[in-house]
Design a protein around this ligand. Structure first.
Ligand SMILES: [Zn+2]
Length: 493
């Protein structure tokens, strides 16, 4: 490890997307409701109320454990973590301590050097979310705070990583991959405010470790880490030392601040929760079948649709985006996937980010129609972008939405068609340029040609994909297939 090396480990709290809370029947759908309307004696911690474990939340947690390659322990146990805080009505939190649900896994991310890198997972445990404090004014100057117990008792999992990340960028990639994995498992909804919160451990090699608590957004993690690295490095440069401490991230100001509370593990006085029995889930976990996960879907997008590695990573890096892509190309996968690959991964995402819109706002049918207009060479790429912008603006501004064809006609964007009768060119003018493209593709990809000779079917599809790219999707696929086959046969002979 190099001098000045950055070392980052994360503790990620994720709300499991169940219908009811972890230990009672209260609904978890609290976000648009008045404060303290999703509460009962159990989640308010009234005397005598007994917790009953929500089976679904344990199943969700086990799905996560399996997907992160962890071993689920044959016996796990809930514990009480005792501390007093206004958002914790019982004065203790039911969590897991020395017997967590699962241990020892990993998640693969793209490393800073490219290629895959394993981030080890130390443990996964299940716990209840505390309530929420709503401060009037700032924490320091406000006269009072309000407390809302609607969130108290929402099931959480805490995923603890080993300190295997070497930069804020790697930490962001880890979170993105984790978020995608949880969404593919249908156990988590990243669109819900506050559904993911992060504590980060960060140190410069050879110095003390600082824990930054309370980071509540994906972007916040990268910013908080960058701030901390700069702070710690400048202390060391001036010959001062970094204190081992807990700091809070102040999102609005983008800085971390030393927190006064210095709880130590023994202050919590953990003991086994007397109202809940230990969990034995061995046979249950064996029966859990996982759906297709991001890595598998990425490889499938490359094989099935001819996506480039980078585009496949982007497209499958978010469940909604991957689903959108497959919906768009469903009607005509061979004809549309090459166009959809670049138009979604590059153009559409850029336009959405610019407008702070989510992929959910885009109509897949309209997008398919736009790609079809491009494929049939009815409009140029530049006109395509113009049409897309109009479509997104109409959607964003809640105007009535026109179809792409209607926009093309209204703005008079139709390309002037190439009339072969008047051009003076004999025969089909498309054939020669096509043969040239085929010759070029075969020259550029000798390995694929070799694979084709060895009888690998995927190689032919790969070459077709490359050809579609070269001809910008404007050639007739049937004609391309026929000509490519012909050229390959010639080479064979
Ligand atoms: Zn309740």
């Amino acid at each position: 490890m190099a001098e000045g090396q950055v070392i980052v480990g994360l503790e990620v709290h994720c709300q499991l997307d169940t219908k009811s809370k972890l230990f009672c029947g209260c609904s978890t759908d609290y976000r648009n409701d008045a404060p303290n309307t999703h509460v009962c004696p159990v989640c308010l911690g009234l005397p005598g109320a007994m917790p009953v474990l929500n089976k679904r939340s344990i199943e969700y947690a086990m799905r996560v454990a399996k997907a992160l390659n962890c071993s689920v322990l044959p016996e796990s146990e809930f514990s009480r973590k005792n501390y007093f805080y206004p958002d914790l009505d019982k004065a203790y939190q039911i969590t897991q301590y020395d017997k967590p649900l699962a241990e020892g896994g990993y998640l693969e991310i793209e490393s800073d050097e490219g290629g895959e890198k394993r981030i080890r997972i130390t443990r996964i445990h299940v716990e209840e979310d505390p309530g929420r404090l709503v401060h009037r004014g700032t924490t320091e100057s406000g006269k009072y705070s309000l407390v809302d117990y609607n969130r108290a008792g929402i099931p959480l999992i805490e995923i603890v990583s080993e300190p295997d990340m070497r930069s804020p960028k790697e930490a962001r990639k880890f979170l993105n991959k984790l978020r995608a994995t949880l969404e593919y498992l249908s156990v988590f909804d990243s669109e819900k405010e506050g559904s993911l919160r992060v504590d980060a451990n960060i140190s410069i090699k050879g110095s003390e470790r600082v824990e930054v608590k309370n980071i509540s957004s994906y972007k916040g993690v990268e910013k908080a880490l960058l701030f901390e690295i700069t702070r710690q490095k400048s202390l060391l440069r001036r010959g001062q030392k970094v204190d081992r401490e807990t700091r809070h991230y102040l999102e609005a100001r983008g800085v971390t601040q030393s927190s006064r509370s210095k709880e130590q593990e023994h202050d919590y006085r953990y003991f086994p929760e007397p109202d809940l029995r230990p969990l034995h889930v061995q046979s249950w976990v064996e029966g859990i079948v996982l759906p297709e996960l991001p890595d598998a879907r990425r490889e499938r997008f490359i094989a099935q649709y001819g996506c480039s590695l980078n585009h496949a990573r982007t497209l499958t890096g978010e469940l909604r985006l991957a689903n959108f892509f497959e919906k768009v190309v469903a009607a005509d996968p061979t004809g549309l996937s090459t166009l959809a690959d670049t138009w979604i991964a590059d153009t559409l995402i850029g336009e959405l980010n610019y407008r702070a819109m989510s992929i959910d706002a885009v109509d897949a049918t309209g997008f398919t129609e736009l790609l079809t207009l491009l494929k049939q060479c009815i409009i140029t790429d530049n006109s395509g972008i113009e049409v897309l912008r109009v479509m997104l603006d109409q959607r964003r501004d809640n105007q009535s939405c026109e179809t792409p064809s209607a926009i093309v006609d209204r703005l008079n964007l139709r390309k002037v068609s190439f009339d072969t009768a008047q051009s003076g060119i004999e025969g089909n003018p498309d054939i020669d340029p096509l043969r040239t493209s085929i010759a070029e593709v075969l020259m550029e990809h000798p390995a694929a040609v070799e694979d084709f000779r060895k009888g690998r079917k995927g190689a032919f599809n790969f070459l077709i994909g490359q050809l579609m790219k070269k001809t910008r999707g404007c050639a007739d696929p049937a004609e391309l297939n026929r000509l490519l086959q012909e050229e390959l046969n010639k080479k064979e002979a």
